[in-house]
Design a protein around this ligand. Structure first.
Ligand code: ZN
Ligand code: FE
Length: 254
């Protein structure tokens, strides 16, 4: 079992350090910048063996080259993004299982936000790093993919065990919950969640990780197959993709 440490980066990004306390070996997911990652590694005397990228955007790969140089780490990314991920050494494929310190990590291709986006699911840790595909009570904007690709990608995440912890790429949770409440007006659990998260953020705590069970119940971007919910909104005639498109477009203009 490994520890996962949250490292806030830039304005509202999160990088994550996964560490084996015994061996002192670590990997980092989506280092936006090198300084806060280096500080944590040095303070805890960790060896940064690997750098894991979910996608090629600058706020997820910004620390790649400096950290690689300093710690002699290997960089992992999706094979089809090898031209766009700086310093990439290990090309990952859809459905592959990679291993870190004896722990199995499932890689799934989840296009939509970008064409080469992947997630990393650490089985023993019951934790998934979703980058900018699934956020806590939201989802990423579609820059390079179609609505139907994004729906399929979200379905892949939904098929993980409900207790899975969701470690996403940004602290957007308060705003995402505001939008969920705007659409799903009478949901008291959403309002409770909102109050809880607002008070955590005020105390300078993080809203991550979320968990998949909560997301399935409350995140409206995951409810494209919830007939009762669609009916409640008057969208019962929309198929899964059109429903998702409707919600995503409303959020883009929120
Ligand atoms: Zn992004
Ligand atoms: Fe991002």
């Amino acid at each position: 079992m490994m520890d996962i440490h949250i490292i806030p980066c830039l304005k509202d990004n999160y990088a994550y350090i996964v560490e084996n306390k015994k061996t002192k070996n670590a990997c980092v997911v989506d280092p936006s910048e090198s300084d806060p990652i280096r500080d944590y590694l040095k303070k805890n005397k960790l060896n940064l063996k690997f750098i894991l990228n979910t996608h090629h955007h600058a706020d997820h790969i910004g620390g790649n080259l400096e950290l690689k140089k300093e710690f002699n780490s290997k960089i992992l990314g999706f094979e089809k993004d090898k031209e766009r991920i700086p310093g990439i050494d290990i090309f990952l494929t859809n459905g592959q299982t990679w291993n870190f310190e004896g722990s199995d990590v499932l890689i799934e291709h989840v296009p939509g936000h970008t064409s080469g986006h992947i997630f990393y699911y650490f089985k023993n840790e019951e934790s998934v790093f979703t980058g900018d595909t699934l956020f806590s009570f939201g989802c990423g904007r579609l820059f390079e993919g179609s609505y139907s690709e994004m729906v399929n990608s979200l379905k892949k995440i939904k098929s993980l065990p409900p207790q899975t912890k969701i470690f996403c790429g940004h602290e957007y949770t308060v705003n995402n919950l505001k939008f969920c409440i705007e659409i799903d007006k009478n949901n008291s659990e959403l309002k409770e969640k909102y109050n809880q998260i607002v008070s955590s953020i005020k105390k300078k705590l993080y809203s991550v990780p979320s968990n998949l069970g909560d997301e399935m119940r409350l995140n409206i971007f995951l409810k494209f197959d919830d007939l009762k919910f669609k009916h409640q909104l008057g969208f019962q005639d929309l198929n899964e993709v059109d429903f998702f498109r409707k919600i995503r477009d409303l959020k883009d203009n929120f």
